[in-house]
Design a protein around this ligand. Structure first.
Ligand code: UD1
Ligand code: MG
Length: 491
């Protein structure tokens, strides 16, 4: 029978994150878009194991993060003063309501469900008192080392290792399963380390071993248990997570160009046949459809891109939705709450905010569209600006189906341009335009015959005057420079 039902998890999350040197609790930092502390909690949820979180440093922020993520079946215990991992475990005593207690560090975001399940199964199979995870690390420094002899298994912390032990590559992963019976007897027997003044949870393993109890370790892949004590380790762990995510999507038929330069968040989804260009960031909440092309250096956050759409390079899309077969960019910015239909073309240097653009519409160059509703098959000429803000309030622009807005239009909201109307290039549109009409709102052009030659003549005259003046200036400057040189010499 799997042990899950008889197991309570204790997650250690009270530490001060001193080695981060940022004053912010390390467990609040994200790994591929998700705060670190949520990783172990989600794994435990999947395994249907309730957990008690030991919090202390920045406890409220941790609590809030867990609440925001709607993680269930978590209770909290407080470790006011952080005197080490062994000390932290003491504060969970009141919650020990199951036969087995699984204790894990909060700073191991790469842990997988199957690994924990295997730990539980092996513990039950071998009727062990203590089972813990270990791994071979090429660079074991900083981790506790697992030292095995014929009769014993011990964990020696990095600071306490002798010369031989320092080069042992088998490290403690910080995930332990104890029987409740053992914990109750031994938790108060942990002694303070004379070197660090802390109580180590790893002493529990040593206590079990010295009592000739059944202690076993399960070696797993180092990349599954990497701990995060520094910002450099956070970077390394995120690299691993990103590679895992990318591998998953590659196997589903997604092509990443220069994969090492692309960032993916944990919940991003990408349809088969899609291409993701170099240096692109696909951030939390983003869903890319099938056969899409997202070109280099684009940033897409919390947005949905429909099948066969093409996001050209350097485009930024946030909290927006794009339909199928549409083209966005290069250098487009969809700022927030933008809904784009199918077969729409949004070209270079177009910014759109809080607007709806319906099927088949084109806005191909240098425009700002804010708080607007634009219908089907509309053409928005280059340089068109919707003036949505009067300094106090935002106003809406409505442009109905089939409208043709000429280039360089300034459309002063609130305003409505009704279906199939035309506006002439260079117009400042201040009044509603009725359906099928043409609005021209620009100064009338006047052509003055032969005026150009007059201008030229005048220009030539003034140029000659200026040139002789400039020459005089040059001469004066030159004399000045010579004078300065002479005075320098004198000095
Ligand atoms: C710990 C292990 C080490 C192991 C490594 C694996 C100990 C003494 N050492 O070292 O053998 O190789 O993890 O990654 O446990 N915490 C508290 N209260 C405290 C101190 C820490 O809740 O007073 C929490 C931290 O928030 C963290 C976890 O315990 O989530 C582990 O603490 P950390 O300081 O990261 O331990 P390591 O030095 O990494
Ligand atoms: Mg650690």
């Amino acid at each position: 029978m799997p042990l899950n039902k008889n197991t309570l998890a204790v997650v250690l999350a009270a530490g001060k994150s001193t080695r981060f040197n940022t004053k912010k609790c390390k467990l609040l930092y994200t790994v591929c878009g998700q705060p670190m502390i949520l990783y172990p909690l989600k794994v435990l949820n999947q395994l249907k194991i309730d957990s008690t979180l030991i919090i202390g440093y920045q406890a409220d922020k941790i609590k809030q993060t867990i609440k925001n993520a709607r993680i269930k079946n978590v209770s909290f215990a407080i470790q006011e003063e952080q005197l080490g991992t062994g000390h932290a475990v003491r504060f969970s005593k009141n919650y020990w309501n199951k036969e087995n207690i699984l204790i894990l560090n909060g700073d191991s975001p790469l842990l997988k469900k199957d690994i924990i399940q295997n730990l539980l199964n092996m513990h039950a199979d071998k009727k062990a008192d203590v089972t813990f995870l270990s791994a071979h690390a090429l660079n074991p420094f900083g981790y506790g080392r697992v030292i095995k002899t014929d009769t014993k298994i011990e964990i020696v912390e990095d600071k306490d290792c002798n010369e031989d032990q320092k080069f042992t590559t088998l490290i403690n992963a910080g995930v332990y399963l104890f029987t409740k019976k053992f914990l109750e007897k031994n938790i108060d027997l942990i002694k303070k380390s004379s070197k660090s003044g802390e109580f180590y949870i790893t002493d529990l393993v040593n206590l079990a071993s010295s009592q000739n109890l059944k202690v076993q370790t399960i070696p797993v892949a180092y990349d599954d248990i990497r701990g995060v004590n520094t910002l450099e380790e956070l970077w390394a762990v995120e690299q691993v997570k990103r590679s895992e995510l990318m591998k998953y999507w590659m196997l589903k038929g997604v092509r990443f160009d220069l994969a090492q330069s692309i960032h993916l968040d944990y919940d991003v989804e990408i349809g088969t046949g899609s291409f993701i260009g170099a240096g692109t960031l696909l951030l939390k909440g983003t869903k890319i459809g099938k056969n899409c092309n997202v070109s280099a250096l684009s940033i897409i956050e919390d947005s949905i891109i429909g099948d066969n759409s093409n996001i050209r390079s350097h485009s930024i899309i946030q909290q927006s939705k794009i339909g199928e077969n549409s083209i966005i960019g290069p250098f487009a910015r969809l700022r927030k709450d933008v809904i784009i239909g199918d077969n729409v073309e949004v070209g270079n240097f177009v910014e759109i905010k809080n607007s709806k653009i319906d099927n088949g519409t084109k806005l191909k160059h240098l425009s700002y569209i804010g708080d607007s509703k634009i219908g089907k098959s509309v053409n928005i000429g280059a340089g068109t600006i919707t003036c949505n803000y009067d300094g106090f309030e935002k106003h809406e622009t409505t442009i109905e189906d089939g409208v043709f807005v000429g280039s360089n239009n300034t459309i002063i909201a609130p305003i409505k341009i009704s279906s199939e109307a035309y506006t002439a290039g260079g117009s400042t549109i201040t009044k509603d335009v009725p359906s099928k009409s043409l609005a021209i709102a620009r100064a009338k052009q006047e052509n003055k015959r032969d005026y150009a030659s007059k201008i030229k003549k005048n220009n030539t005259k003034s140029k000659t005057k200026k040139t002789s003046k400039n020459q005089n200036n040059l001469t004066l400057n030159f004399i000045g420079a010579v004078k300065d040189k002479e005075s320098e010499r004198v000095l």
